[in-house]
Design a binder for this molecule. Structure first.
Ligand SMILES: C[S@@+](CC[C@H](N)C(=O)[O-])C[C@H]1O[C@@H](n2cnc3c(N)ncnc32)[C@H](O)[C@@H]1O
Length: 196
């Protein structure tokens, strides 16, 4: 497991530690009521994929993602909060997950990731918190491979507004409006629903 420390944000700052711990406790109840796999069922993830979870928080999606991509795939857990890295690191160790990488972002950039290196990127329940939404979308566009998938959900936003904010940069087109998330693909990519 590797942990990259990137430069500090000029836009977003980590929430307080106590707030993060409270959020993590609430997510335990949320995840017990509705296991996260239900939301991942509508994402076209394959064995061997490299999937990035931007705003991973305490890691609710991480074990399920690790299982779905398998030993030959990779899960990159990205967050602005050091406590998120700590919790996901502990989770990975405890469950013996060897395909997890940790990446502490400045909130917009992931300089340790090369262009077109990611198959699937998740932005789950984080879009409303992004100070520089366009900057994050630009960074995801850079690291996503042509034909890759960007899956977005955010229960805190108007759903039409959320979809419009992702597409208006001209970098992503909407492929599918699912029950829990929107699926996009980079504009230049050959992705069509069901093909990925
Ligand atoms: C509401 S939580 C959602 C966590 C997880 N995605 C889930 O749905 O269970 C949002 C997370 O995004 C992180 N976050 C906020 N702004 C961020 C940014 N600009 N870049 C990366 N992570 C960010 C927060 O630290 C927090 O852990």
């Amino acid at each position: 497991m590797t942990q990259a420390i990137n430069k500090k944000s000029v836009v977003d700052r980590p929430m307080s530690g106590i707030f993060f711990q409270g959020m993590a406790a609430m997510f335990k109840i949320r995840d017990w009521l509705r296991p996260r796999g239900v939301l991942l069922d509508e994402i076209p993830l394959k064995v061997g994929d490299t999937v990035l979870d931007w705003g991973c928080g305490p890691g609710s999606y991480i074990p399920e993602l690790a299982t779905r991509v398998g030993q030959n795939g990779a899960v990159i857990a990205v967050d602005i909060h050091p406590l998120a890295m700590q919790r996901v690191g502990t989770l990975a160790k405890r469950r013996g997950l060897c395909n997890i990488k940790l990446s502490l972002t400045d909130g917009v950039h992931l300089p340790d990731l090369v262009d077109s290196s990611i198959d699937v990127a998740l932005l789950f329940d984080v879009f409303h918190m992004l100070g520089d939404q366009e900057g994050v979308l630009r960074e995801i566009y850079r690291i996503l491979r042509p034909g890759g998938v960007l899956a977005v959900n955010d229960p805190h936003m108007d759903q039409d507004d959320l979809a419009a904010r992702v597409t208006r940069s001209g970098q992503f087109k909407l492929v599918k409006r699912g029950a829990h998330s929107f699926t996009f693909t980079p504009i230049s990519g050959p992705y069509t629903e069901g093909a990925a």
